[in-house]
Ligand binder design. Structure first.
Ligand code: MCA
Ligand code: AMP
Length: 499
C-alpha cells in the first residue's frame, strides 16, 4: 500500500457498488460513484496548483461533497482542514493565516468576505455550495475520474483540526494517517461494525465525532450512512427505523427522550447508540434504557487523541462512566503537581498514550512539549479516576472549558473579547447547566469606574465577530470578581452563585 489512509478507507471500495450515502432527498450514492467524484476533485486540486503536504481549508455546510473533498485530499496527499460554517470572518482569518492553508473552499455567499482575506494572504480560493454547485464542481465536472494516488506514509499529516486553547487562541492539532487509521479500525472491531451497518449521521463534519469517528468507522467497515444535513427531530424519527446505529452528543439523546414519538417500536431494528463529546448524565442513560431497552454506549475522546476509552459492546455499559481504555490505548491518572501515577479511585489528571495520539500542535512546539510528554503520554486536561473494575470516570476538567451541545467554548477567548469592549474593566465567563445544551456560557462583567454598560452593543459586536454558539446566554454586571489570595478569579464561586 502506498497511501495507507486512502488505500484502506477509500481505495478498497473502488469496485464496490454498495450504497455509501443515503441522502434525505431519496438519492443514493454508491461507493463507486463517490470515488469517481473524489477522483475528479483530486485531479482538480492538483490542476489548480496544490502539491502533496499542502493544506486545504474548507468552510461549507454539511454535504456529500465535503466528504469527497476529504477523500480527494487523502488521495492527493493533502492536509484536510474542516471549519465550522458559523465562524465569522474574523475567526476565519485567524485559521487561514495560522494554518498557512494553500486553498480555502467556501460557500458562494461568503465569497466576497473571504476574497479580501485571500487576496491579502495569497491563498487559492474555490467555492462549493450546499446544492452541489460551485467553482470546484464546475472544474471537477470536466476532470478525469482516474487519479494516481499520491504515495504517503502513516506518519504523514492527514488533517489539521483546530481545538480551542486556554490562552484564547485555537491550536491546530496535527493528525497523522496512523492516528486516523488506528482509531477507525479499533472502533470498527470494538463496536462490531460490518458492511450491513447503516449509521444515522446527523453530526457536523468539521469535528472528530462526525468526521473521524462516525465516517471512518463506516468507511472501514464498508457500511452505509444515512446522511442528514443536521440534527432535526422529524428527520431522525423518520430515519431511525431504517438505521442500525447512531452516534450523537448527549443533546441528541435528551431531545429524543423529550419527543413522544420516540419509543421502543421505533428503534427495534437498532443495535447500537453511541454518545460522546460531552458528559452523558446518568439520568439520561437510565431513562433511555427505560424507554427503548437500549443502553447507550458512552465513549471518551478528544480532537488531539481521537477516541481513548469506550464502554464495552458486550459487557456492562456503566452509566456515568466512559468505560475502559480502547485496545492499544494506555491510560493513567496522575497527580497534576508531580505527574506521578495515582492509585485506583484517586482523582487526578487523565493521561493517554497510543497510536491514536496526535503528532503535536501546529507551529506550537512549546505548547506541544508542555502537554505531550517525551514518553508519549498526552495530558488531556480532564480530571478523572479509575474505579475498582477499571472503568474510567470523568469528574471534571482542569482546563477552563465549557461544552455546549458538544461544541467547545473556551472562556478565555470570550473574556479577551469582552474586556476589549467599551466601558468594561474585566470579565469572567463561566459555564452553567443548560437543559438542552448541557452547559451554556454566561458573562460576569465589571465595568470601568461603575459606568453603565451598553450590553446591546456588546451583543451586537458578538454577532459580528464571534460564532453564534459561543455567545453568552446571559450578562451579569457585578462590582468586582471574587479572587483568591493569589489574585486568581474564583470561578467555582461564580459557578455556584449563578448555576
Ligand atoms: C446551535 N446553536 C448552539 C449550538 N448549536 N448554541 C450553543 N451550543 C450549540 N451546540 C445555536 C444556533 O445557532 C441557534 O441560534 C440556537 O443555538 C438554537 O439552535 P438549534 O436549532 O436548537 O440548534 P441545532 O441546529 O439543533 O444544533 C444543536 C445541536 C448541534 C444539534 C446540538 O449544536 C450539534 O450538532 N452539536 C454537535 C457538535 C459536535 O459534533 N461535537 C463534537 C465535537 P439562533 O437561534 O440565534 O439562530 S467534540 C469531538 O469531536 C470530540 C473529539 C469527541 O469526543 O467527540
Ligand atoms: P474536543 O476538544 O472537541 O476534542 O473536546 C474534547 C473534550 O470533550 C474532552 O477533553 C472532554 O473534556 C470532553 N469529552 C469528550 N467525550 C466526553 C465524555 N464522554 N464525557 C465527558 N467529557 C467528554
Amino acid at each position: 500500500m502506498n497511501n495507507p489512509l486512502y488505500d484502506n478507507l477509500f481505495g478498497v471500495h473502488s469496485d464496490n457498488d454498495n450504497p455509501f450515502l443515503y441522502l434525505l432527498d431519496g438519492k443514493t450514492i454508491t461507493y463507486r460513484q463517490f470515488l469517481a467524484t473524489s477522483g475528479r476533485i483530486a485531479n482538480t486540486l492538483v490542476e489548480i496548483g496544490l502539491e502533496p503536504g499542502d493544506c486545504v481549508a474548507i468552510q461549507i455546510e454539511k454535504s456529500p461533497e465535503m466528504l469527497n473533498i476529504y477523500a480527494a485530499c487523502a488521495q492527493a496527499g493533502l492536509v484536510f482542514l474542516p471549519l465550522n460554517p458559523s465562524y465569522t470572518v474574523d475567526e476565519l482569518k485567524y485559521f487561514i493565516e495560522n494554518s498557512e492553508a494553500r486553498l480555502i473552499i467556501c460557500d458562494e455567499k461568503n465569497k466576497e468576505d473571504l476574497k479580501i482575506i485571500n487576496q491579502k494572504l495569497g491563498v487559492l480560493f474555490e467555492t462549493l455550495n450546499g446544492n452541489s454547485t460551485g467553482s470546484i464542481i464546475d472544474k471537477a465536472n470536466s476532470a478525469p475520474e482516474n487519479f494516481e494516488t499520491v504515495a504517503r506514509s502513516e506518519k504523514d499529516l492527514a488533517a489539521l483540526l483546530y481545538t480551542s486553547g486556554t490562552t484564547g487562541k485555537s491550536k491546530g492539532a496535527m493528525l497523522t494517517q496512523a492516528n486516523l487509521l488506528s482509531n477507525g479500525s479499533t472502533l470498527m472491531s470494538e463496536w462490531q461494525f460490518s458492511q450491513k451497518d447503516v449509521l444515522l449521521h446527523a453530526l457536523p463534519l468539521f469535528h472528530t465525532h462526525g468526521l473521524f469517528v462516525a465516517t471512518n468507522v463506516i468507511l472501514s467497515a464498508g457500511g452505509s450512512l444515512i446522511f442528514l444535513p443536521k440534527f432535526d427531530l422529524d428527520d431522525i424519527i423518520k430515519k431511525l427505523p431504517k438505521s442500525s446505529t447512531m452516534m450523537g452528543v448527549p443533546t441528541f439523546y435528551t431531545r429524543l427522550l423529550r419527543d413522544k414519538r420516540f419509543n421502543k417500536e421505533l428503534v427495534k431494528h437498532m443495535r447500537l447508540f453511541v454518545s460522546g463529546s460531552a458528559p452523558l448524565l446518568s439520568e439520561t442513560h437510565i431513562q433511555f434504557e427505560k424507554i427503548t431497552g437500549h443502553r447507550i454506549l458512552e465513549r471518551y475522546g478528544m480532537t488531539e487523541t481521537n477516541m481513548n476509552t469506550s464502554n464495552p459492546y458486550k459487557g456492562e455499559r456503566r452509566a456515568g462512566t466512559v468505560g475502559l481504555p480502547l485496545p492499544g490505548v494506555e491510560l493513567k491518572i496522575t497527580d497534576p503537581k508531580t505527574g506521578n501515577a495515582l492509585s485506583r479511585n484517586e482523582i487526578g489528571q487523565i493521561e493517554v498514550r497510543g497510536p491514536n495520539v496526535f503528532a503535536g500542535y501546529w507551529k506550537l512546539p512549546e505548547k506541544t512539549k508542555a502537554e505531550l510528554r517525551e514518553n508519549g503520554f498526552f495530558i488531556t486536561g480532564d480530571l478523572g479516576k479509575i474505579d475498582e473494575d477499571g472503568y474510567i470516570h470523568i469528574v471534571g476538567r482542569e482546563k477552563d472549558l465549557i461544552i455546549s451541545g458538544g461544541y467547545n467554548i473556551y472562556p478565555k477567548e470570550l473574556e479577551i473579547f469582552i474586556d476589549d469592549q467599551d466601558g468594561v474593566l474585566e470579565s469572567a465567563v463561566i459555564g452553567i447547566p443548560h437543559p438542552d445544551f448541557g452547559e451554556t456560557p454566561i458573562a460576569v462583567i465589571v465595568s470601568e469606574n461603575d459606568t453603565a454598560l451598553d450590553i446591546d452593543k456588546i451583543k451586537e459586536n458578538f454577532t459580528i465577530h464571534v460564532a453564534r454558539y459561543k455567545h453568552p446566554s446571559q450578562y451579569t454586571i457585578v462590582k468586582e470578581l471574587p479572587r483568591n489570595s493569589m489574585g486568581k478569579v474564583q470561578k467555582n464561586l461564580l459557578r455556584s452563585r449563578y448555576s
